[in-house]
Design a protein around this ligand. Structure first.
Ligand SMILES: [Mg+2]
Length: 231
């Protein structure tokens, strides 16, 4: 096996259980803003609607077609509209609440701290994330993850987003790491794995849901603690 020196981790859905923190925050603002009384008859339907719209807007955001401030409000505005609520002020309030509160939820995947404790004395560890800068920093601090990582590279700072190989090259330079001694660990086959592959970096695909796929990956795991067997 190659002698890796630098581990680059994705944050959302790899270390940080984004779905869990998101859903919990949705429950909070659902009550606070009385969405049921306003016409949102199903919490589950609302969150599914939001997720569909959010994915669509993120695809546009990744291509540079929408600003993050607009994306943040628009995803709630469009979701509310599907339930007959046309209220951009309410959408703005919910968007602010969500961005401020969601990252404060301490929802890490099982085994994250144990695995990072094991790895921290053996490797230099870094984060490469497409998330919004201020939101990602909140998550890292609130979940006590910051201390494990030398470099935290956000797409906002790098000027490009995964899977663009530019962000991987930028990260290598920032970390003073060579391609051959680096490993990218992430949950997204396209964004993390194919992106790293295109930059010549080995990858660990964190396949929590055990989805079948046809991509070639260097390593594949279903639980983060399996990293302790590989590394
Ligand atoms: Mg991810």
């Amino acid at each position: 096996m190659k002698k890796y020196k630098h581990l680059f981790f994705d944050l959302d859905k790899t270390l940080y259980d984004f779905e869990k923190s998101s859903e919990s925050t949705f429950r909070d603002f659902f009550d606070i803003y009385h969405l049921e009384n306003k016409g949102v008859n199903s919490f589950q339907k609302f969150i599914e609607t939001y997720r569909r719209i959010n994915l669509m807007l993120w695809a546009i955001y990744r291509e540079g077609g929408i600003k993050k401030e607009v994306l943040n409000i628009k995803r709630f505005d469009l979701a509310l509209q599907e339930f007959g609520i046309h209220d951009t002020i309410l959408a703005t309030r919910i968007a602010e609440y969500y961005v401020n509160k969601s990252p404060l939820k301490k929802t890490l995947f099982p085994g994250v701290i144990k695995t990072l404790n094991y790895l921290e004395n053996k490797y230099h560890m870094h984060i490469i994330t497409n998330g919004f800068e201020e939101v990602q920093w909140k998550k890292l601090r609130a979940s006590n993850l910051r201390k494990y990582f030398d470099k935290v590279i956000t797409s906002e700072e790098a000027g490009c987003k995964k899977p663009d190989k530019g962000i991987f090259i930028y990260s290598l330079t920032q970390a003073n790491a060579k391609i051959g001694e680096s490993l990218m660990i992430g949950d997204d086959l396209i964004v993390d794995i194919k992106g790293a592959h295109a930059a010549g970096i080995d990858q660990v695909f964190v396949n929590y849901s055990n989805n079948s796929h046809g991509e070639e990956v260097t390593y594949e795991i279903q639980h983060l603690e399996e990293l302790m067997k590989i590394l």
